[in-house]
Design a protein around this ligand. Structure first.
Ligand code: ZN
Length: 258
């Protein structure tokens, strides 16, 4: 079944609504989420509610973990945003609703293995990396700077792995090599028998590849296609600036996608 894969929403409601509308316009019925639903952005409640109703399942990201349990290796701004986000969840007056949201976050899975729509290729889904699912980053630079790290990681990839976490979309192959979506024909990576791939789907709510548009991918029986969706950055930035606990730079970076 054709599946839309989203990740790293980070409480950015404008971006999430734009991406969901784009997914709906393509008639795609199945959506999965690779984590970091909350953290950084001003609309954590709304994003949790949309993801828990629209996605078949979602993974635990380091920011979901940070809000739910404790912020691990967060900078001061990210930590402040995590505690503010927790306060928002706690402020819900409806006991059932508050409990449902926490239960949803508490049940987020760390690692999922399923079969791709082609019926043959096995798909591993994690937020960060197959080695350390919640916290490890796989950077494009690792191809040249840390090939040993990549080969250790690829040992844990069955054929295809999907990740988020760096907010930089693209495809790692076990060469090792990295292909940003712009270097792929029609922004599409086709599965091959001979090659393993780790696909970073990019970020819905805080892209960091110098393109401010939201990023997600469409997975079908041939491979994955990267999609970009513009959204109202001004609106979300104004909401971030209105919350003292959310640092200014969280708004500034959205305009440039960095
Ligand atoms: Zn993230």
């Amino acid at each position: 079944m054709t599946t839309a894969i989203i990740s790293d929403v980070h409480g950015n409601l404008e971006a999430l609504e734009a991406v969901l509308a784009d997914i709906d316009s393509r008639g795609i019925k199945r959506i999965i989420c690779l984590g970091d639903i909350i953290g950084y952005g001003p609309n954590p409640i709304e994003c949790v509610d949309l993801v828990r109703t629209r996605c078949e399942w979602a993974l635990m990201g380091n920011h979901d973990f940070g809000v739910l349990y404790e912020p691990t290796n967060f900078n001061a701004g990210a930590e402040s945003a995590a505690f503010w986000t927790r306060d928002r969840l706690d402020a819900e007056a409806d006991d059932n609703l508050r409990r449902e949201r926490y239960e949803f976050l508490g049940r987020l899975r760390v690692r999922v293995v399923e079969t791709c729509p082609d019926g043959r290729t096995s798909l591993l889904a994690v937020h960060g990396s197959p080695r350390r699912p919640i916290n490890e980053y796989i950077f494009p630079d690792d191809v040249t700077n840390a090939p040993d790290k990549l080969s250790t990681i690829f040992e844990r990839v069955p054929r295809v792995c999907v990740v988020g976490h760096t907010h930089v979309p693209g495809v790692f192959t076990d060469e090792p090599d990295f292909y940003p979506p712009g270097e792929l024909t029609d922004s599409t990576y086709l599965f091959t028998e001979s090659e393993k791939a780790i696909i970073n789907v990019g970020s819905v709510g805080q892209p960091r590849d110098m393109d401010p548009r939201s990023s997600y991918v469409v997975l079908d029986d041939r491979g994955v296609t990267f999609v970009r969706v513009p959204y109202d950055v001004e609106a979300i930035a104004a909401k971030i600036r209105a919350v003292p606990q959310l640092p200014e730079w969280l708004a500034d970076r959205l305009f440039e996608g960095r």
